[in-house]
Design a protein around this ligand. Structure first.
Ligand code: TXA
Ligand code: MG
Length: 352
């Protein structure tokens, strides 16, 4: 791989994507190179999804294990049809109502999809993002865009262009800066090749919400139960990890705050630089070098929005340990947040 790229960071106004930047990004993609771009969930690292050599560069730039398949991003449903074998009628309705948006669907693949995209499997993941910059870029490229999150493998997903820069500068020719990603955690991945449909990765759209279109939709057991092998390859890897050791506490707000305060005091006494990741309602802790608040306990979408960028902020502050609040009720968006938190913490979740 060419590690000598002089990476161009190009600001694009999401309300009025400027044609020259988009055209330049599209031309890199057409030439088989990589471009990082904003989506409403997290930033993606894009390549021409029909070009196996270009897709191989994604694995190299990220340091991604080769058995972890990629999502193909399209700008409209017609671009999806040649990539898949069949679409059940209820899935057609789901697509027309929830796309564009933070939802990835797994279909049986057609022969048009290169093996490297599916990691050799017989299914393909497809997403139609809502972000206007992503859509404009995919349209201009004129091909499905293969894109995982634009982080180095194992790191928190980037939710703004600066966080992409930290991981990808020098590795790729161009980053499109469309501001901070509104949602902040990745799309809900749903396998629609099985009956009932199954959520392989929880995201912004919850099981409860999706039930309207996919009656009986269930969660892969590994999402809610420890020790069960996940069905989606990407879910088995260590993920989203800050450099500091993160421990997450779950329980009543009072018990969690007491435990975090105790842990901070002990870590400080041991000479460590400390961080705390709290809700707005939590009291100010002592013995803490950096306190970050991720919104209100009663509005979890704020926590989703701030989670990954906060983990990276702790890294920049060079803390050694982070003690964070978790979500007690395992339902709705709480499942998605805890899925990311648990992986970020390498499983260190203390239930009080
Ligand atoms: O929101 C998102 O989905 C972001 C933005 C950039 O679109 N993309 C993203 O990609 O999160 P990535 O590669 O970081 O995660 C894709 C997940 C992985 O866990 C992967 O294993 C799974 O989707 N996946 C991809 N293709 C699959 C397939 N054919 N079967 C099962 N899981 C698949
Ligand atoms: Mg990822």
């Amino acid at each position: 791989m060419n590690m000598e790229w002089k990476t161009e960071l190009c600001f694009v106004d999401a309300r009025e994507p400027e044609v020259t930047c988009i055209e330049r990004a599209a031309s890199w993609l057409k030439r088989g190179e990589l471009v990082a771009f904003p989506t409403e969930t997290v930033y993606g690292l894009g390549a021409d999804g029909g070009n196996a050599k270009a897709c191989a560069k994604i694995y190299e730039a990220k340091g991604r294990p080769s058995d972890n398949p990629l999502i193909l991003h399209v700008a409209d449903v017609d671009a999806l049809r040649p990539l898949v074998q069949s679409i059940p009628p209820q899935v057609e309705i789901l697509m027309s109502e929830l796309w564009p948006g933070p939802m990835t669907l797994i279909f049986r693949r057609s022969d048009h999809v290169p093996d490297i995209v599916t990691a050799g499997g017989d299914t393909v993941a497809i997403r139609l993002p809502e972000h206007p910059v992503a859509r404009a870029m995919i349209r201009a490229a004129g091909c499905p865009v293969a894109a995982p999150s634009a982080n180095r493998s194992g790191r928190p997903s980037p939710t703004n262009a600066q966080d992409v820069w930290a991981d990808m500068a020098g590795r790729i020719p161009m980053i499109l800066d469309g501001g901070s990603s509104q949602i902040g955690i990745e799309s809900t991945v749903i396998d629609v090749t099985v009956e009932p449909a199954m959520i392989l990765r929880p995201g912004y759209y919850t099981r409860e919400y999706l039930e309207t279109w996919l009656s009986g939709i269930c969660l892969d057991h590994s999402i809610v139960q420890d020790g069960v092998a996940p069905r989606s390859p990407g879910q088995k890897y260590r993920h989203y990890a800050p450099k500091a050791e993160l421990t997450v506490y779950v329980g009543s707000p009072e018990a969690v705050n007491r435990a975090i305060q105790r842990a901070l005091r002990q870590a400080k006494a041991a000479g460590k630089r400390t961080g705390a990741m709290l809700f707005d309602e939590d009291p100010d802790p002592t013995d803490c070098d950096l306190v970050l608040r991720l919104g209100s306990r009663s509005e979890l979408s704020q926590m989703g929005h701030f989670l990954f960028s906060s983990l990276r902020a702790f890294d920049r502050a060079e803390v050694d340990v982070i003690f964070g609040v978790g979500v007690e009720a395992l339902e709705g968006y709480g499942i998605s947040i805890m899925n990311r938190l648990k992986k970020s913490a390498g499983g260190r979740v203390v239930v009080l």
